[in-house]
Design a binder for this molecule. Sequence first.
Ligand code: MN
Length: 490
Amino acid sequence: MATFDDVKNLVLQNNPEADLTMLELAYDFANKAHAGQKRLDGTDYITHSLATELTLAKMNLDQDTIIAGLLHDVPEDTAIPLEEVEKNFGPQVGKLVRGVTKLGKIKYRGLERYAENLRKMFVAMAEDVRVVIIKLADRLHNLKTLAALPPVKQQRIAQESIEIYAPIANRLGMGELRSELEDLAFPFLYPDEYTWVKQAAAGKIEAQKKIVDKMIVEVNDALAENTVASFSAHGRMKHVFSLYKKLLRKDRDLSKIYDLVAIRIIVPEVKDCYHVLWILHGRWRPMPGRIKDYIAQPKPNGYQSLHTTVFTDDGHIVEIQIRTQVMHELAEYGIAAHWYAKEGGMGTRVPREQLGWLEQLMKLQKDATNDQEYLENLKITLFHDRIFVLTPKGDVINLPEGATPIDFAYHIHTELGHHTGSAYINEKIAALDTKLKSGDLVEIKEDKSRKGPNEDWLTIVQTRMAKEKIQDFLSRQRRMRILDLFSRKP
Ligand code: MN
């Protein structure tokens, strides 16, 4: 559990000259404000405030942001008003806490509210991106304590985290935080899928770890021989949700995943990255088509590294990522690292060019004439492989691209899936293999006389859930038929 000493130590570690007076005053203030309050998991409320503050201190953010993180729930959850916070800690902290409080009032419900939710997030970002960073840190701790909440809330928060918070963290280049949010939410949102990935990958991870450990020793030798001055090489394990998403793209075939455990090499300068790549390729044969230069061509969120995949001496396959320390920090902390890196940090504004994509999103919002269009635009930017369709009651169902009315029916209820009669999309009758689009209103009419799914549906459905339920049904039916044969009297 996070303590105030942890926060102080981290701040001093990042900046030995830091003056802790304000931090200490804020801690006293928060402690008094939340005195006697408990979280649902039984801990003192202040542990949540401290955990949020600690996450922000880890990212080396400016003092106002760290203090605002500690005080973020004061106006909403205690008797002390925002004005009091502002009076004691200044207009900057006041503005940040106000932003976080505003964001906290929106809930994920229905398509319109969903668009509204995203819109508010982006408006907050444009005003001051630190508000969103605090909100992400807040969410991180809420996910860590999610088990204490009732199941309905667990579902909503997990879904919101994967569909809204994680993509935003990703767009801000905060890879580490994004993965943490996803991995914490994953088991609550898709428990069966989570169990499947964990079980499927466990053995392979162990095997790959051994291969990588052996390879690291050899890499160290090769780099030392070639007098690469200072470097570190270590293994890095793929995050479980990111592995899951990749598996969905690779027909769930684990043998097609080469970066389950990868080697990461960190060097001082850009030229060292290319030098190291040259040494590695001289020593080990690279796999064709897998060399990626994200230094010359960074990913849209700013990510930079060299990636290559090589064959080890024993014929195994290992992915290697090479980057500088600066690139590494940017990959982990993204915009938060920028924040600090500029001219000694402490509240400098993010360079405009870093926010190019954000301006693009703001423009989308201005150009869109309604929520539907705005959502479409955003979805293209943030969620390129998922669609959101509506039930007649207005619930939002999230499906993979290419999903059909049958997938939709099974998603609602197994029995509805088995007895799918006809489908109406936007109130017009449609074929059962129609590919659904985001925003479609889908209604399934049940056909009670139908005995169950037929074989053909297996080629139509896109989701694993639907496929499994159909297979289940069909094999049960086969068993019944056989039993029936045996039980017949001669
Ligand atoms: Mn909170």
